[in-house]
Ligand binder design. Structure first.
Ligand code: NAD
Length: 337
């Protein structure tokens, strides 16, 4: 049924508001005649022994085969004996860098009008290695793992990204004054890569000072690269600067050119199934996916329609102070295409 020019990509609608906002993406892609065919995969209701999680082996194979996909939020089921869905995806697909662009949306007023930041988060190790245990009763230990391999890899990606996108500065965010060995190795790796990119300004900023500077004047930064936990926190801080989690996209980059785009937010169980969710974050994630596929014309068309709809202010979802439903907002975007 698909014409030869059609690209097959994997879609995980996900949990909670996931299916509602994924529906919005599908409708807008259809209206814009994007030459993409979705291969939809839902999270299973049983643990797949091949992945040790609710994610099926077939769905992982789908991303491996298509190399590009879009993922809605996934709620982590509670209980023992399985791996978290997001962790499974990260590990199995080797998604080593999480890229989170964050920019002010014209017409939607926040404290700053000129936010234009890219957070690049190391996605595989650090404090999120899952190595925690009890030493004795009342004392627990968590291992923070930093490797030269993963640090060089994410630093390389950050500089490559900066150069490819005409960015001027890369800031490595750290706490090496206290975490001398771990963050020290992270910085050393960043410095090594920086030497290969003399045209890009490189600086090192301590995480606490970075938070203060971001809140005071986000224009001080351009591309930020950092270990896992700092990236998790700083990217939410950046989302807050431009209007919240309903707006900010991200893309996971894996070895061998895999790109799995996803919103930064979770499954929002408090508003799931109520037609209230803001699909912008997932939509802008789908736009980064289109750019990855070099479908720039479609990416621009959809991005402009989203920005116009938000700027116009007639149809906004509740998180942006409006009263439009997910479907009203989606229809308004289709009308602007
Ligand atoms: P959350 O991001 O789901 O929700 C936080 C708040 O933001 C809620 O009030 C929610 O209503 C609001 N919100 C989030 N996205 C929104 C949107 N698109 N439009 C309007 N409002 C939105 O965070 P949480 O409540 O801490 O987590 C809920 C579940 O999601 C948990 O099971 C968690 O593990 C999971 N989670 C998954 C991912 C992922 O798949 N990448 C990321 C974070 C959390």
């Amino acid at each position: 049924s698909s014409s030869p020019a059609t690209i097959t990509t994997t879609l995980f609608p996900g949990d909670g508001i996931g299916p509602e906002i994924a529906e919005s993406v599908k409708q807008i892609f259809k209206a814009s005649e994007v030459p993409i065919e979705w291969e939809e995969h839902y999270v299973g209701d049983q643990i797949d022994p091949r992945t040790q999680s609710f994610l099926t082996w077939e769905s992982l194979e789908s991303v491996r085969r298509n190399r590009v996909g879009l993922k809605g939020p996934m709620a982590t089921p509670i209980g023992k004996g399985h791996r978290s869905l997001n962790l499974t995806l990260r590990k199995e697909l080797n998604l080593y860098a999480n890229v989170r662009p964050c920019y002010s949306l014209p017409g939607y007023k926040t404290r700053y009008d000129d936010v234009n930041l890219i957070t690049i988060r190391e996605n595989t190790e650090g404090e999120y290695s899952g190595l925690e245990h009890q030493v004795v009763r009342g004392v627990v230990e968590s291992l923070k793992i930093i490797t030269r391999h993963a640090s060089l890899r994410v630093a390389e990606y950050a500089f490559h990204y900066a150069k490819a996108h005409g960015r001027e500065r890369v800031s490595a965010i750290h706490k090496a004054n206290i975490m001398q060995k771990t963050d020290g190795l992270f910085l050393k790796s960043c410095r090594e890569v920086a030497e290969k990119y003399p045209e890009i300004v490189y600086e090192e900023v301590v995480i606490d000072n970075c938070c203060m500077m971001l809140v005071k004047n986000p224009a001080l930064f351009d591309v930020l690269v950092m270990p896992n936990l700092y990236g998790d926190i700083i990217s939410d801080l950046c989302a807050g600067l431009v209007g919240g989690l309903g707006l900010t996209p991200s893309c996971n980059i894996g070895e061998g050119g895999i790109a799995l785009a996803e919103a930064v937010h979770g499954s929002a169980p408090d508003i799931a199934g109520k037609n209230l969710a803001n699909p912008t974050a997932l939509l802008l994630s789908s736009v980064t996916m289109l750019r990855h596929l070099e479908l720039h014309e479609k990416a621009d068309q959809i991005q402009n329609a989203i920005l116009k709809t938000i700027a116009e202010g007639k149809y906004r979802t509740a998180d942006l102070g409006g009263s439009a439903s997910t479907t009203d907002f989606t229809k308004a975007i289709c009308d602007h295409l």
